[in-house]
Design a protein around this ligand. Sequence first.
Ligand SMILES: NC(=O)c1ccc[n+]([C@@H]2O[C@H](COP(=O)([O-])OP(=O)(O)OC[C@H]3O[C@@H](n4cnc5c(N)ncnc54)[C@H](OP(=O)(O)O)[C@@H]3O)[C@@H](O)[C@H]2O)c1
Length: 351
Amino acid sequence: MNIVHVVGTGTIGEPLIGLLADHREAFGIDEVTFHKRTPLVTERSKVNDLVRRGAVLCVDDDKRSTFEELGHSPKYETREAIERATVVIDCTPVGLQNKADFYDKALNVRGFMAQGSEFGFGKMYARGINDEALVRGEDRFLHIVSCNTHNIAVLIKTLAMDPDGTNHLTNGEFLCIRRANDISQDSGFVASPTVEKHKDPKFGTHHARDAHGLFATLGYDLNLFSSAVKINSQYMHAIHFSLTLDREITLEEVRDRLASNARVAVTYKRSANQVFSFGRDHGYYGRILSQTVVALETLAIRGGNEVVGFCFTPQDGNPLLSTIAAMLWYLDPDSVDDRMDVLRPYLFREV
Ligand SMILES: NC(=O)c1ccc[n+]([C@@H]2O[C@H](COP(=O)([O-])OP(=O)(O)OC[C@H]3O[C@@H](n4cnc5c(N)ncnc54)[C@H](OP(=O)(O)O)[C@@H]3O)[C@@H](O)[C@H]2O)c1
């Protein structure tokens, strides 16, 4: 019996639980369970809808009666839900703590995943970037890298690496222009552009550090640096990138390479609201599952070997896709590609 358990019902957890429940059959899952920490009347509708779609609610023992007062019928308790699962997907900002408290002791679970903020949880993973680094029976803990790290990684893989793995990147620089908060969130908005510290002396911000770590699982040691600024928008992140290669490249080759990767979308649109709006009308519950949306008309070649441009980051779409791929890999490594078919309509080539 394949049971997938999701911990957390926030910006990442909520769409993930719905996606898993809706595609249970296509993914070969028998049961989808999810843990919600806080009983809230404002979130009753969310829980009810996820349960209507077939997911099973699990709560802490000491919160059970409050959930019941709200009209919910929780089925499993926190630890029980984890221990009976085949795969556990942590979508909280406390994945490392949950690992120490619960996951390390749940020896029968085949695999655990945590999301972007949980550096050190396990081997870094992004679909299409380092699938060959995953080792069956060995990698029980995976860290699905953040949305902007996905974007940086797919640009490098597509534009600076050959299909045989030869790396041509000598320097990669990225300015992450971040939306202040998600449309589902009330807190964390900023009144004006707010710059972030370069906390990491080698990589700047965590985005380049994580992209470096992701490629390190394949034996690369890339020269990367990132900076970040939050802007007063809720729509989408954008990234300005500069990739310097050890060889000449033309704009035509850049466009051909972007067109050759099914996980890359291109666009003639130049505003985040236009791209976001396309996702709302054509994506999976509003989400574009492509790893990047490159603004074609911003591409430029500087000095013959430096590719410069802007792209948009499908912020919760790209980690969702990698999370599903890793979950399927735990269930059956040989059928991942076939089982992902159901999501291909949301991997756009043009936005
Ligand atoms: N937001 C994005 O676009 C995005 C993109 C890529 C990756 N991520 C990553 O996804 C992870 C979650 O981010 P998010 O944006 O989804 O967060 P979020 O919207 O704040 O949701 C957090 C969820 O975790 C639960 N939670 C919080 N603290 C908890 C605790 N101490 N114990 C158990 N559950 C707890 C909350 O439950 P209650 O509300 O019931 O208390 C809530 O359901 C982070 O690692 C983040 O880096 C986010």
